[in-house]
Design a protein around this ligand. Structure first.
Ligand code: NOJ
Length: 541
């Protein structure tokens, strides 16, 4: 395919579904694939081009399904392979594509190959698929190196014969050894398995991980979090991604779902670290997390956007303001700071303070997200303006970030609370049973039902924005030109051709809108006094 052709994923709006929290069809309190299928009409009305499903594979749930025990099956609690096929088929009837999550850095400690490794002797073929080592210290009683688990505590667990195995995440998530040929072959098969079943693409978990420095040297601890290191951003990754790209490109670009994509989850210290991933011929896309990490401040937001645009536009590096790993935007924007792990605890301490401010900024952020060049991802519930739930009882929490930090880190359960569909009723329409995470008492006020007919609601804003985005020739792929509003503190304004202007007042005094013909959409009231702080508008020019 020539570079000039339009591939659907270059300007797609993709909706992230966390299946366990989306819709439950059988009353067991856990969202499932038939539940999701029953709500495809809602997603079609919203106007998304694709859905990304976080893991729905068999899993002991040490990490919300990112501990996979069978890469080629559906967790029976979530449905059957027949349900997956029916979902893909029915989604296609709405012209919605399905992206599945590929989890290649680690599996579950219940995976048959890891069980076989545990049963085998040190030095065996079975162990070489994972990263087993002897320990340090007199009797090997100390871990082989000083690496820490991303969830807290050491990245090593000792097994009865005295060896240790590496897990950059939870103990239940042993890291694969990507220098082993079997592992390469296994994942080639897994990729083909889902693409053959009609998946339009893959979201690649921990795409900056996978390869570890063979010497497993100690971490100096001196570099910024997510900087290149012995276990992040290794150069071997790019060859692997070129081989995956060849698999993706072996599927027909014509027809539906069209050219297959893969979007890497690459956390980075500075945008420049993304550069190797954006070389031609590698993964089609990598997320850019700039809007998640930038604080709510004009210069910070503009700097974040420019930092990505200097490397690629959003067609290769899609934009996001939230996902299932970070506090929800409507709550995050109550603070004037970008996302950092541990932020949920500070949100908890705010109580109800700044709740309205957060929601107002989240609406403005949504219009920014959807006006930037390229593709954008929306996490389920963002379109409802759901807040982070910070008061879940400790015994209901399931996130290893909470459990492994002894509660110091509140973890990510607060952005995974099952969606409210109806104003009232059991589970607010999510489930006829008891939802796997408790929903707050006021959840029904955020429900799709409560917001549907209300022109001032979050849901109406998202629906209108997605409709305009589809219709307006300037939106989606392309470029932006900053409009010089220098001297106007707080202004974040750019033009896109033909005839579109975005204007936001992040944090300054109200200012006059840039020259325009009409206001197409605004995140809040825009009166004669100008564009108030925390407000964005889409204008025709
Ligand atoms: C990123 C996923 O989004 C997150 O939920 C998970 O805990 C880690 N990767 C480990 O798989």
């Amino acid at each position: 395919m020539s570079g000039g052709e339009h591939r659907w994923w270059e300007d797609a709006v993709v909706y992230e579904v966390y299946p366990r929290s989306f819709a439950d069809s059988d009353g067991d309190g856990i969202g499932d694939l038939p539940g999701l299928r029953s709500r495809l009409g809602y997603l079609a009305d919203l106007g998304v081009d694709a859905i990304w499903l976080t893991p729905f594979y068999p899993s002991p749930l040490a990490d919300g399904g990112y501990d996979v025990s069978d890469y080629r099956a559906v967790d029976p609690r979530l449905g059957t392979m027949g349900d997956f096929d029916a979902l893909v088929k029915e989604a296609a009837s709405h012209r919605i594509r399905v992206i599945v999550d590929l989890v290649p850095n680690h599996c579950s400690s219940d995976h048959p190959l890891f069980r076989a490794a545990l049963a085998a002797a040190p030095g065996s073929r079975e162990r070489s698929r994972f990263i087993f080592r002897g320990g340090r210290g007199h009797d090997g009683e100390l871990p082989p190196n000083n690496w820490a688990s991303s969830f807290g505590g050491p990245a090593w667990t000792r097994v009865p014969d005295g060896q240790w195995y590496l897990h950059i995440y939870d103990t239940g998530q042993p890291d694969w050894n990507w220098h082993d040929e079997d592992v390469l072959a296994l994942f080639d098969d897994v990729i083909r398995f889902w693409l053959d079943r009609g998946a339009a693409g893959l979201r690649v978990d921990v795409a900056h991980g996978l390869f570890k420095h063979p010497g497993l040297p100690d971490d100096s601890g001196g570099s910024p979090h997510n900087a290149p290191s012995a276990f992040r951003h290794r150069p071997e990754l790019q060859e692997l991604y070129r081989s995956w790209r060849a698999i993706l490109d072996s599927y027909p670009a014509e027809g539906f779902p069209g050219a297959r994509t893969a979007v890497g989850e690459v956390w980075y210290d500075a945008p420049g670290t993304l550069a190797p991933y954006l070389e031609p011929g590698g993964l089609p896309q990598v997320f850019n997390f700039e809007l998640i990490m930038a604080r709510w401040h004009t210069a910070a937001l503009r700097g974040a956007i420019d930092g990505v645009l200097a490397l690629a536009d959003g067609s290769r590096a899609p934009w996001v303001i939230g996902n299932h790993d970070v506090p929800r935007p409507a709550s995050r924007y109550r603070l004037d700071e970008g996302f950092t792990p541990g932020m949920a605890r500070r949100l908890e301490s705010l109580g109800q303070q700044n709740a309205q401010l957060g929601a107002q900024r989240a609406r403005a952020a949504a219009l920014l997200l959807l006006a930037l060049p390229g593709s954008a991802y929306i996490y389920q519930g963002e379109e409802l303006g759901l807040p982070e739930v910070t008061d879940l009882p400790d015994d209901a929490r399931q996130d290893p970030e909470f459990l492994r930090s002894g509660g110091r880190n509140l973890g990510r359960d607060g952005c995974r609370v099952p969606l409210p569909w109806t104003r009232t009723g059991q589970g607010f329409g999510f489930s006829a049973g008891t939802p796997w995470l408790p929903q707050p008492a006021g959840w029904g006020g955020y429900s799709a039902e409560a917001q549907s007919g209300d022109p001032g609601s979050f849901l109406s804003l998202y629906r209108a924005a997605l409709r305009l985005r589809r219709e307006h020739p300037a939106l989606g792929r392309g470029a932006l030109r900053w409009l010089d509003q220098s001297g106007v503190p707080g202004s974040l304004c750019f033009a896109r051709e033909p005839g579109f202007v975005f204007a936001a007042n992040a944090d300054g005094a109200p200012f006059r809108l840039p020259p325009h013909r009409e206001i197409l959409l605004a995140s809040g009231p825009v009166g004669d006094g100008g564009l108030p702080p925390g407000t964005a508008a889409w204008l025709s020019a």
